[in-house]
Design a protein around this ligand. Structure first.
Ligand code: SF4
Length: 217
C-alpha cells in the first residue's frame, strides 16, 4: 500500500476507534497516538488517568521515562511521536483499583474480556502497518505475542513473530512506570540496556534515525 493510501486507512481506522463504546466499565476518551505510517510499532498497556486528560499515550511520568530510554538511542519524544505508531492493548482508561487511594492509587488491570474486545483494533493496525519492528511495553502488551512468566526471561532478547501476512521482530520492554522497580534494579537494569542496544541496531530503527536526519524524504 502506498504511503498516502495507508495514511488515509489509518485515519479512517482511528475515527472508527474513537467511536468505540464496547466496554461499559472503561472510561473514555479513547486514546490513540498519531496515525503515522510506520514500520515500527510501539504497544503499551492502557492509558492512565493523566493520559486520558492530556489525550495522548505515554503522556505523563511513565512516558517521560520511556522517552528518555529512546532518547538514549537517538530518538527524542517529538520525533518519536511523529515517526512511530503508538498502539495499546486497551485504548481506554480502566479506572483506579477499587479501594485505591484516589488519583494516586494503582490502575485497574483490564479484564480478559476488555482485552479481547480491544484486540481487533490492534490486529487491524498490524495488518495495515505490516511493521518490521514491534516494541511491546509491559507484561500485558508482551503477553499478546509471547508466553511470559518472568520479565527476565524475555527482556534483552529479539523474537521473530508472525503477524497477519508478515514476519516481524519483537523486542519487549519493561513498563517504565514509577511504581515498578524492575528496570531500576539488577538484572532488570542490564537487561533493559541490552534491549535498547538491540533496538538501536535494528534496521527499522536505523531507518527512523536516517529519516530524522533527512526529514524532507
Ligand atoms: S477499551 Fe478498546 S474495545 Fe473497549 S471501549 Fe475502549 S476502545 Fe473500545
Amino acid at each position: 500500500m502506498q504511503r498516502p493510501e495507508l495514511q488515509q486507512q489509518l485515519l479512517l481506522h482511528q475515527q472508527q476507534l474513537q467511536a468505540c463504546h464496547t466496554c461499559p466499565d472503561m472510561q473514555r476518551p479513547v486514546i490513540t497516538g498519531n496515525p503515522v505510517p510506520s514500520r515500527v510499532l510501539l504497544i503499551g498497556q492502557a492509558p492512565g488517568i493523566h493520559e486520558a486528560e492530556v489525550r495522548q499515550p505515554f503522556g505523563w511520568t511513565a512516558g517521560k521515562t520511556l522517552f528518555q530510554w529512546f532518547a538514549g538511542i537517538g530518538l527524542t519524544e517529538a520525533p518519536f511521536r511523529q515517526q512511530v505508531y503508538i498502539s495499546a492493548v486497551c485504548r481506554c482508561f480502566p479506572g483506579k483499583n477499587p479501594g485505591s487511594n484516589g488519583r494516586n492509587g494503582g490502575d485497574r488491570v483490564p479484564t480478559t474480556e476488555e482485552i479481547m474486545n480491544c484486540a481487533h483494533w490492534l490486529r487491524h493496525e498490524l495488518a495495515l502497518l505490516q511493521p518490521d519492528l514491534i516494541l511491546p511495553v509491559g507484561k500485558l502488551a508482551i503477553s499478546r505475542f509471547l508466553t511470559l512468566k518472568r520479565l527476565q526471561d524475555v527482556i534483552g532478547q529479539c523474537f521473530r513473530h508472525s503477524v497477519p501476512g508478515h514476519e516481524a521482530d519483537i523486542i519487549p520492554l519493561p513498563h517504565p512506570s514509577g511504581a515498578s522497580t524492575w528496570h531500576r534494579m539488577e538484572p532488570g537494569r542490564t537487561l533493559l540496556a541490552q534491549a535498547l542496544a538491540t533496538i538501536a541496531r535494528h534496521p527499522a530503527w536505523q531507518a527512523l534515525l536516517e529519516k530524522q536526519q533527512t526529514p524532507s524524504t
